[in-house]
Design a protein around this ligand. Structure first.
Ligand code: COA
Length: 463
């Protein structure tokens, strides 16, 4: 078995077993997705009954195809899968994706074990069974049967649930976040989360790795892969409750395991556990574009006192600290605030804050050696002007120079309604990490702090 997944993600030849002319069938969608991919490669439909499908010559068996096959997608009923897998082994196929369901997730362990036996002494890598396949947005290849095109970007997603994987594509699109690859792993008889983490750790198109898991097959290997990885690894682990664990068993046939052990192990390995998918994207957004926080001391700029207090509470609950302002920073802020306001952290630039006040206060915090990260917040307080806030944020967060100069992250929070949404969308599309709640902002800042700790630990190991 080869560890390298290069031909898996960049195959030159792909066959679809169970390709069909019937547009309602999964084998039809899988073939069509390959055909409409930007990526150019040789495609072979396999179906014993057909001469051609969607304009391509059809073959009766994979062994009938002349030349090598890098990847085979299987979409035939479970009972036939072992036979097809044997053909693939005989043909020396390099990689296989088994889309078909009907294995351990419904208690059909013998059939799944049969697949394991077939691949045991081969070099073939197998994804699934019970998977959607993958989408490689980096090169424009869709090796899945499902609809939904991610934007090209640098977040790699691994999902044990196919449907959730698709949901993740749409969340990413909505948030204007780009994906490098998204892979469904299903029952994981061979290609496992640790293989994919290892691959993405070395993938130049990937900066952040996000996983949805219900269980891991080999806990030690999983944790070692996170430990080895030099990129942030975000993990949503489902099946926390007793009923959730029961649901896990019938979804992908896996045992959820002790939740506390998972939490401790992920943390120890240097990964970050997220509460849900939305939080995974909140954190990915911050980690993707912002430098890590090299300490836990956070400065807050807000035009609303209440919002500042909520952010302070949320940060402190996460173990972040909101230190008092240094004398130097106090003086800088005092100069720009109206007379009746005393500077503090959170810095209340008050409801009528303009671009200049936001920018000056934020810069003063970035310059402060007691501050490791900054949150800039705005509430639509009636006569406040949201575009002054979004303009300032846009300038500061996009301005690479600011990051290069201070190496500190900036996150944004907003509270308002529809009148604010267009402005927030402008920010999101520019890659600005902006959140609609203090809690979400604090959790995203925590991920930047944890990433800072991980980097320091790695550095220490190297020294
Ligand atoms: N080699 C190649 N093709 C074969 C074959 C063989 N040995 N034996 C049969 N076929 C063909 C069938 O004739 C059919 O083509 P046709 O439409 O031209 O008749 C095609 O393969 C598919 O077989 P069919 O019996 O029609 O199955 P199906 O398409 O209704 O269902 C699955 C097959 C795999 C989609 C279904 O069993 C399944 O598992 N569905 C769930 C998949 C899923 O949700 N996965 C997880 C996602 S997260």
């Amino acid at each position: 078995m080869t560890k390298n997944l290069e031909t898996f993600f960049k195959p030159k030849t792909i066959a679809v077993v169970g390709a069909s002319k019937d547009s309602r069938k999964i084998g039809h969608s899988a073939l069509k997705n390959l055909l409409i991919s930007d990526y150019q490669c040789k495609i072979y439909p396999i179906n014993p009954k057909e001469e051609s499908i969607l304009g391509l010559k059809c073959y009766k068996k994979v062994t009938d195809v002349e030349g090598n096959i890098d990847l085979v997608l299987i979409s035939v009923p479970a009972a036939i899968v072992p036979r097809i897998l044997k053909d693939c082994k005989e043909k020396n196929v390099k990689n296989v994706i088994i889309i078909s369901s009907g294995f351990s997730e419904i208690g059909n362990h013998d059939l799944e074990n049969e697949l394991k036996t077939i691949i045991k002494d081969s070099k073939m890598r197998v994804l699934g069974p019970n998977v959607m396949g993958y989408k490689n947005a980096s090169i424009g290849l869709d090796a899945s049967f499902v609809y939904g095109n991610p934007r090209k970007g640098s977040i790699a997603l691994i999902s044990q649930s196919g449907a959730l994987g698709i949901g993740m594509i749409y969340i990413a699109n909505n948030e204007y976040m780009g994906v490098s690859k998204i892979v469904g792993v299903g029952n994981k008889i061979d290609i496992d989360d640790d293989d994919l983490i290892d691959y993405f750790a070395n993938d130049p198109e990937t900066k952040v790795i996000g996983l949805y898991i219900e269980a891991v097959k080999d806990g030690r290997e999983f944790m070692n892969a996170i430990k080895r990885c030099n990129k942030p690894v975000l993990v949503v682990k489902a099946g926390r409750s007793t009923a959730g664990a029961r649901a896990t068993a019938s979804h992908t046939g896996s045992m959820a395991g002790s939740d506390n052990i998972y939490s401790a192990a992920i943390k120890q390995a240097g990964g970050i556990r997220c509460r849900d998918i939305v939080e995974l994207f909140d954190m990915a957004k911050a980690l993707n574009g912002q430098p890590p926080a090299l300490g836990n001391r956070i400065g807050i700029v807000t035009n609303g006192g209440g919002l500042g207090i909520m952010l302070t509470d949320a940060c402190e609950e996460q173990g972040l600290v909101i230190p008092k302002l240094s004398t130097k920073t106090f003086k800088k802020i005092d100069e720009i605030l109206p007379n009746l306001i005393v500077p503090n952290n959170p810095i209340d630039v008050i409801a009528d804050a303009d671009f200049y006040r936001y920018e000056t206060a934020t810069r003063a915090l970035l310059e402060d050696r007691n501050i490791d990260g900054v949150i800039v917040a705005s509430v639509h307080g009636g006569y406040a002007r949201p575009e002054e806030f979004t303009g300032a944020i846009l300038k500061m967060i996009r301005e690479r120079k600011l990051h290069e100069e201070f190496k500190k992250p900036i996150l944004a929070t907003w509270v308002g309604g529809r009148e604010y949404e267009d402005l927030v969308l402008d920010l999101k599309s520019a890659g600005v990490p902006i959140y609609s709640s203090s809690w979400r902002t604090a959790r995203a800042m925590l991920s930047l702090y944890l990433e800072g700790l991980r980097i320091k630990k790695d550095q220490k190991k190297k020294d």
